[in-house]
Design a protein around this ligand. Structure first.
Ligand code: TXA
Ligand code: MG
Length: 296
């Protein structure tokens, strides 16, 4: 879909399998949390918890090229995969008339990362999207070149201080003026954008995570993949199979919810081997970080 900043690769935010296909189409080697696009303030506040500062920034800049990261509302209609398991959500209300029309017609939130292959620059024309994503997308809504051509500014409102997470279409000073306060932040205007999702503390299970398990110890929870179960599975405290048929798109869609569910049920999660192909690379990246020793 076109937006006033860059073209976005849109999918139903609540549909984990559709969101998994977004990652597949982009060829992203890891699951970054995605921006959730909504038509207006009302839909925004059904997904995110807006404090005073967030509300003020929304009033000042929406619809428009500002993305606000706020705590997610419990039961918000957004899949865990779209948020990469985080308890915060990045929300944006685009001003582009075609994006607005699409959101109103669809009637529910759409995730939309920039419509380029991972590592490429963002697409600002339908032709760029077609060249980058080709057959991986169902349709391209061509509304001509993006007016702004630079991604939205991302402001984080979950920590102690409002933080500039990504410099973008709205200058830092304009946001500071609207807030009446300074933004903290690792990014200078015009500086190289960081990947803000990497700065956020991603959901880490409390349970120990044991990778490439070829057998299950009694009392462990099992995160299974594919038709066969490892030895000892009968003694597992709980089993969730990411995909009994070995479908990595299905597995990606279930992955974050499965990790959360098993975390409640056992002290150790044994994880069956997952192939390093397609979305398996991103699943394994996330698993390695879940299994890594915890920072104090
Ligand atoms: O202008 C834009 O923002 C475009 C158009 C299509 O709306 N979208 C866009 O999305 O640039 P994307 O996925 O390419 O960049 C989103 C950035 C990522 O770097 C991600 O890490 C960050 O937003 N992000 C999303 N949710 C976050 C969260 N809860 N906390 C911190 N960062 C988050
Ligand atoms: Mg991007």
């Amino acid at each position: 879909m076109p937006t006033e900043t860059v073209y976005g690769l849109a999918a139903d935010a609540a549909n984990a399998a559709a969101v998994a296909r977004v990652f597949l189409a982009k060829g992203r080697p890891r699951f970054n949390p995605l921006i959730v696009h909504v038509a207006g303030h009302e839909a925004a506040s059904s997904i995110g918890d807006f404090g005073k500062t967030a509300a003020r920034l929304g009033e000042a800049f929406w619809p428009g090229p500002l993305t606000l990261v706020v705590p997610r509302v419990a039961g918000a209609p957004v899949s865990d995969l779209a948020l990469a398991g985080l308890d915060s959500v990045a929300i944006r209300v685009p001003s582009h008339p075609v994006a607005q029309a699409l959101l109103r017609e669809f009637g529910a939130p759409l995730v939309a990362p920039s419509a380029n292959r991972s590592g490429h620059v963002s697409a600002t024309t339908a032709a760029h999207v077609a060249a980058d994503l080709g057959d991986a997308v169902a349709a391209i809504l061509d509304a001509g070149p993006s007016q702004i051509g630079l991604e939205s500014t991302i402001v984080g409102l979950v920590g102690d201080r409002p933080t500039l997470l990504r410099a973008g279409a709205i200058p830092r000073a304009a946001i500071e003026q609207a807030m009446g306060a300074l933004l903290a932040g690792p990014v200078n205007d015009g500086g190289a954008p960081l990947a803000p999702g990497m700065l956020a503390s991603h959901y880490a299970p409390a349970a120990r995570v044991r990778l490439d398990a070829v057998s299950v110890e009694p009392g462990e929870a099992l995160l299974a993949f594919g038709p066969g179960l490892p030895a000892g599975a009968a003694e597992a405290a709980a089993i969730i199979n990411l995909s009994a048929t070995g479908d990595l798109v299905e597995a990606a869609g279930r992955f974050f919810s499965a990790l959360r569910d098993l975390d409640r049920l056992a002290k150790t999660i044994a994880v069956a081997p997952i192939p390093q192909t397609g979305l398996g690379e991103a699943i394994n990246d996330r698993l390695r970080r879940a299994a890594a020793p915890r920072q104090p």
